[in-house]
Structures are given as C-alpha cells and as structure tokens.
Ligand binder design. Structure first.
Ligand code: AMP
Length: 282
C-alpha cells in the first residue's frame, strides 16, 4: 500500500491511473477506523481497480466548541486495518495543504442542510461539501462510497454531485452496528461503560418505532413523543432531535403512510451520537 501525503502527489498518481484506463474508487474518512469504514472499503474494492482511502480530520466541519482537537486519531492502527483490506493508496493530507493561507472558497447547499444535524451544527455541511469537493478534485474518483449512518451527509453529497455535474457515482453503504445494536462510530471511543448503555437507547428506539409502524400506527408525533420519553429515561442523555421525515427532502412527515426516515441525534455525556432507520409498513 502506498501512502500519499500531499494533494499534488495524489493528483499526479490519480491522473496517471486515469490515463492507463483504471477506474478509481474512493472512501473518504476521518480515520480511527472501525468495521463500518471497512464495509465501505470492501464495497469500493469491487467498484474499481485503484482503491483510495483518505484519512483527514477536516477542520472546516467542526465548530470552535466541538471536538476537532480531541477527535480520536491512531495512524498506525488505521494503516494496518486498510492494508489488510488491500487498499492501494492511503491519502493523508495535512490541514495546511487542503486549506492553505488565504483559503476562501466554500460549497453550500441551499435546502438539505436546513434540517436535522444542520440545525445544531450550522457550519457542518458547508465544511463537508467543501472538503468532499476538494477530495474529489484531488483523488479524481469514478466512484465514491459513503455510509448511510450519516444519512443526511449521504444525501448532501449525492445532491451536490448531481447539481455540480461531478462525473462520480455515489454509492451508499448500510450502517454497521456492534453486536448489541449500537451504530459503530469513531466517537464511541469517548463513551464510558454506563454512557455506552445509554447510547444503546438510540437503536432500541428506532427498532421500537419500526414495530409501532408495523402494528399500524401512522401518527409520527406519537412515535416521536414515545421515543423522546424512552431516550430521556436513560442516564446522561440529552436529545438534540428526533425527526420523522421524507427520505429524499428531509421535510417532516406527519402521517407515516409511505417509507419515512426516522433520524435521531442525542448527546450522551458530552458525546453526540446519531442514528437513523427507514420506517416501513412492510
Ligand atoms: P467518518 O470517518 O466518521 O467521517 O466516516 C467516514 C465514512 O464512514 C462516512 O461515509 C460514514 O458515513 C461512514 N461510516 C461511519 N460509521 C459507519 C457505520 N457504522 N456504518 C457504515 N458506515 C459508516
């Protein structure tokens, strides 16, 4: 596996691969990898001839009070994990290379960021759309794989690629969970044992909501109320949002008479967890 540390070197290698007719597949990450990331890497492996994984903790998607400085990092562990998966290139640029002195260009979407996580993290999707655009211009992928655990992010990227005529296939991977149901996340490393137990309430609430829909309940506000009560009954939880919405536009749905996205964000202690599920009558 080759490590590439600068945007310039990565662009040269990507261009050479394209000239040779190779298909580039790409998985962008912020590192501290887990099975969720690796599931995307395995999907991407099948979608191209040159597999690139990036590790870049993107400063522009963190607000000043958020965890950019303390975000978990372990390069050697990540290196070993992706090397085992047969990744061809590990791209690890430095913040100064991606955002040099005088940097001033950002990508904004007008509607999708006005929902869910975008409400409590107003600069987040601007940072994500900007860094993903830059990574796409640097890595020049034919295909890129994103996790649906970050469902709104997946929609934002897909919309941005369509709107800006980027010639890249965006593929979504399902959420990978711990055996007890907790959605895998690099931030789970922050949780104490008791907080981790409270964190399970997100997935449990989603499963209960799915059961309620299967039993014929269509009133979204009832399910949201019950979900909030359930999560509130767990120690150290503080709900950011519980929403039932259209899986494409993220506009709220009041009557669940078609597939609906249920999405949650909950702070457990000081760790913000998110999870989601498509509710379906079956
Ligand atoms: P991150 O390193 O958290 O920025 O995530 C990098 C990619 O991995 C994103 O496309 C995430 O949606 C995806 N991802 C993170 N956690 C999971 C998970 N539990 N299952 C599937 N994909 C995930």
């Amino acid at each position: 596996m080759k490590i590439i540390e600068t945007a310039g070197d990565m662009q040269v290698v990507a261009e050479q691969a394209r000239l040779k007719g190779k298909k580039i597949s790409f998985v962008p990450t912020m590192g501290y990898l887990h099975e969720g990331h690796l599931s995307l890497v395995r999907m991407a492996r099948k979608l191209g001839d040159l597999l690139v994984v990036s590790i870049f903790v993107n400063p522009s998607q963190f607000a000043p009070h958020e965890d950019f400085e303390t975000y978990p990092r372990n390069f050697q562990r990540d290196f070993d994990m992706v090397e085992k998966e047969g990744v061809d290139i590990l791209f690890t640029p430095k913040p100064d290379d991606i955002y040099p002195e005088g940097y001033q260009t950002y990508v904004n979407l007008e509607k999708l960021p006005n929902h869910l996580c975008g409400i409590s993290r107003p600069a987040f999707f601007r940072g994500v759309a900007t860094v993903v655009t830059k990574l796409f211009n640097i890595v020049k992928p034919h295909t890129a794989v994103f996790g649906k655990k970050d469902y709104q992010q997946f929609l934002v990227i897909r919309r941005m690629v369509f709107d800006l005529n980027m010639d890249i296939d965006i593929v979504g991977g399902e959420t990978i969970r711990e055996p007890d149901g907790l959605a895998m996340s690099s931030r789970n490393a922050y949780l104490t044992a008791s907080q981790r137990k409270s964190g399970l309430s997100l997935n449990q609430a989603l499963l209960a909501a799915q059961k309620a829909v299967e039993s014929g309940i269509t009133d979204a506000s009832q399910i949201i109320r019950e979900t909030k009560d359930f999560i509130d009954s767990h120690p150290e939880t503080q709900i950011d949002y519980v929403t039932i919405c259209d899986p494409e536009t993220l506009e709220e749905i009041h009557v669940i008479n078609r597939p609906a996205l249920m999405a949650l964000a909950v702070k457990v202690g000081s760790t913000r967890l998110i999870d989601n599920m498509i509710l379906n009558k079956k």
